[in-house]
Every structure is written in structure tokens, then in C-alpha cells.
Design a protein around this ligand. Sequence first.
Ligand code: ATP
Ligand code: MG
Length: 309
Amino acid sequence: MDNLLASLIVPPGKKIDLRNDYDPGHIGHFMSKEDAEDAIAAGIRLLSLQQDKLYAQDTYALLIIFQAMDAAGKDSTIKHVMSGVNPQGVQVTSFKVPSVEELNHDYLWRNYIALPRRGDIGIFNRSYYEEVLVVRVHPEYLARQHIPPELNDRNLWNRRFDEINHFEKYLTDNGIIVLKFFLYVSKEEQKRRFLQRVEEPDKNWKFSAADIHERAFFEDYMEAYEDMFNHTSTANAPWYIIPADHKWFTRLAVVSVIHRALDKLQLEYPKVTTEEKDALLKAKADMENESDGPGSTRKKEKKGGRKKA
Ligand code: ATP
Ligand code: MG
């Protein structure tokens, strides 16, 4: 598994070629969905145990970013991978086209206020990375951002890469672990999934004509993604390119990367001091010696059968 995970990472400081170096249909050494089911279930169970400790320890936070083309499976990956974790410790935020209020702030603002608290897992379904993806593919979005004209120049994208790298360094320096997943679906598989949305009544609700329109820009997006990986895969916060033509493999890869990242933290339940342990034992003794109060569920003794203390 370690070799597989190493092959998914975008090596910091190296230039990758998305098309030639990564394969959306990759399934590692697994033969089929059935073959991987036990490994996925085990990963989900382990993640649940780790999250319990992360929450109890209240020290680190985990930020998981998902970026992908439409129909790559972000939503279903989040649903499956997180199926074992305590909902109290997880928040999912979906970033859509920015609202008027959001456009009146700098682009990191809406992301910043959605960051996970210590002990929590925050999932970003899309993120500030849209600022170097959809906004780059469709510069008309930039026009709505109220950017001072002298800053709206050719260097804008490189500046954004730097800003994002600094932001993520700040996050990791403050105990927020950043994991970034690109679910890499092929154009052919995307078409197959779009057609399914048309043909299967239960999937009709997922169909969006806007998605079909966006598909025409698939190659432009791949270029923007590649440039983004080459500028923002850092030692603090590397990118993982997750093959997404087989949903079961996507789940397995994502759960494995998260599990390994949490494993590195060597999470433990908080230890109690001797004094705290003494206090616990005293509380236990107090409860055992409690006299029945008004809320007691013990069987009432016969009237007059018990003297007042
Ligand atoms: P799903 O379709 O599964 O509900 P989704 O993430 O595709 O999930 P949509 O509401 O379909 O959600 O699309 C959100 C749209 O918002 C995407 O096209 C995305 O590119 C766009 N978007 C997100 N952030 C920005 C941004 N900063 N500027 C412009 N567009 C953005
Ligand atoms: Mg969509």
C-alpha cells in the first residue's frame, strides 16, 4: 500500500505531466471492487478509531480538500469515507459560485471562516483552489472580484500560488494538517456518468446542463490543474492525484491517505494525572454513597420504613 500511496503523491518541487504520469483508471494490485471491499471497510473502521482520539486530544485539526471535475465522485467519496466517523467532529463545507458578500472580501475569507476547530475534521468540497481553476479557465469570474487594476496583471496566478502556499504553511504551523485530493476522472468516464444521469430516473436530479457546458473546457481545466499541482504541491501540504474512474478505488486510496496522515500524529487519548485519577475515584465513591434523591428510580420504601438522616 505504501508504494501505491507514494505513486499518487505529486512530489514537491518536481514538475509532473498529468496525462503521462497519472492514470484515471489505475486500480493498483486489486482485481475488482469485491477484492478491495475488506480493505475499504478496515480503513473506515480505523479512521473512526483515529477520529475519536483526534477529538479527545483536541490538539490537531485535519483539513481535507477535494477538487475534481464534475461527476468525478467527490460527494460519494465523502459520504463513504466518512461513514464511520462521529458527525460531531466533522464539518463539510461546499464552495459554490461566490455570493455578493463573499466577492466583497478577499478570496480566502470564506475558506478561513470554515476551517476546522482543533480536534475536528473539516472537509472542503471545492475550495480556494477554484481561484486558480475555474477562475483561470473563465477569466470573466475575475472581473467580478473588485481587484485593483494595478494588481490584475499577468502575475496574478503566480501570486495566488504563493499566497496559497503561505496560507497552508501557516495552517500546518498551527497544527492543522492539510490533505489535498484531486479525483482524477477521465473525459470518457465523465461522459458515461453524465449519460447515466440522463438515463436512470433516480439519477436525473444530478443532471445539470451547466456541467455539460463545462465539459467543453475539459482540456483547459487539465492544463490549469497541472500548473496548480506544479506550484502548490509542497512538503507541508502535498497534492494526491486519486484515480477516479473506479469509485471503489477512489474510496480505498482516499481512506488510506487519511489513515496514514493521522497515524503519523501518533494520536493518544489524553492521560490523566495522579490528582485527576484521585478525583475520579472520589467522584465514584461519592456516587456510590449517594442517598436517594427525589429523582431516584429505586423502589420506594414503605412509608415510615426509613428514618431521616
Ligand atoms: P454537485 O454538482 O455534486 O452538487 P458541485 O461542487 O459541482 O457539486 P455545483 O453547485 O454544481 O456544486 O457547482 C459549484 C460551482 O461553483 C462549480 O462550477 C465551481 O467551479 C463554482 N465555483 C466554486 N468556487 C468558485 C469561485 N471561487 N469562483 C467561481 N466559481 C466557483
Ligand atoms: Mg456540479
